[in-house]
Design a protein around this ligand. Structure first.
Ligand code: PEP
Ligand code: MN
Length: 259
């Protein structure tokens, strides 16, 4: 069902007026985690000032260590919703449990399924049963075929509104956090009718590579970019080393729109 053979035209997903998959690039910015109302609002304000619509923030955080910040959970989603209403933004946030999907519909405009859950098939099926766009991230060791089959799980339940997100894969290379598989973008665009975006934060894990990676992604045909922004990255409770501060965010956005 996700195959281009089944549907020739691109799937365009409308999220509060942003048409992801049309000919324009779309941007999803926001903090790695929702840490507080003030921290989240500062980033949302900066997103709004750029005329952007899509706002990300993690409330349920799938952390490698159980001793790391796990996210604010439902309180985090409440903060996101309140701020999104104030600035008229659309919320993208990760849901990690199948039983949370239904309740999350009140809080999010896009359900994010993270890399670690790309093959959580019960979660995929549950996300497929609701009418809400899904941002599906590529698993860290997933082949492109496995990635497409994960999307197929969602579509097979009736929900065709899927945005595929390349976020880097695990290789032997340690210069970057993951290896951005840039050619997955044209492959996915060719093999499927779904929009494809690139997360430059988790793929590179390096602030100095966000801009070149984003330019490369758009040049190779990505429908959009995701990146993380924090008012004070040094004290961030997650991904402190790779989030942009607000000044860097302004510069990044200026550079990317000017090309
Ligand atoms: C995220 O986007 O918040 C995240 C945890 O990314 P990933 O699932 O790609 O690691
Ligand atoms: Mn992060």
């Amino acid at each position: 069902l996700v195959s281009r053979k089944n549907k020739k035209e691109n799937t365009v997903i409308n999220i509060k007026g942003e048409n992801i998959g049309d000919e324009n690039p779309h941007f999803i910015f926001g903090p790695c985690s929702v840490e507080s109302y003030e921290q989240t609002r500062a980033v949302a304000k900066s997103v709004k000032e750029k005329g952007l619509k899509l706002f990300r923030g993690g409330a349920f955080k799938p952390r490698t260590s159980p001793y790391d910040f796990q996210g604010l959970g439902w309180d985090g989603l409440k903060i996101l919703k309140e701020i999104a209403e104030e600035f008229d933004l659309a919320v993208v946030s990760e849901i990690v449990h199948p039983s949370h999907i239904e309740r999350a519909l009140d809080y999010v405009d896009v359900i994010q399924i993270g890399a670690r859950n790309m093959q959580n098939f019960e979660l995929l099926k549950e996300a497929g049963r609701v009418k809400k766009p899904v941002l599906l991230k590529r698993g860290m060791s997933a082949t492109i075929e496995e990635f497409m089959l994960a999307a197929e799980y969602i579509v097979s339940q009736g929900n065709e509104e899927i945005i595929l997100c390349e976020r880097g894969i695990r290789t032997y290379e340690r210069a970057t956090r993951n290896t951005l598989d840039i050619t997955s973008v044209p492959i996915l665009k060719k093999e499927t009718h779904l929009p494809v975006i690139v997360d430059v934060t988790h793929s590179t894990g390096r602030r100095d590579l966000l801009l070149p990676a984003a330019k490369a992604a758009l040049a190779i045909g990505a429908d959009g970019i995701m990146a993380e922004v924090h008012p004070d990255p040094a004290v961030a409770l997650s991904d402190a080393r790779q989030q942009m501060d607000l000044g860097q965010f302004d510069m990044f956005f200026k550079e990317i729109v000017e090309k």
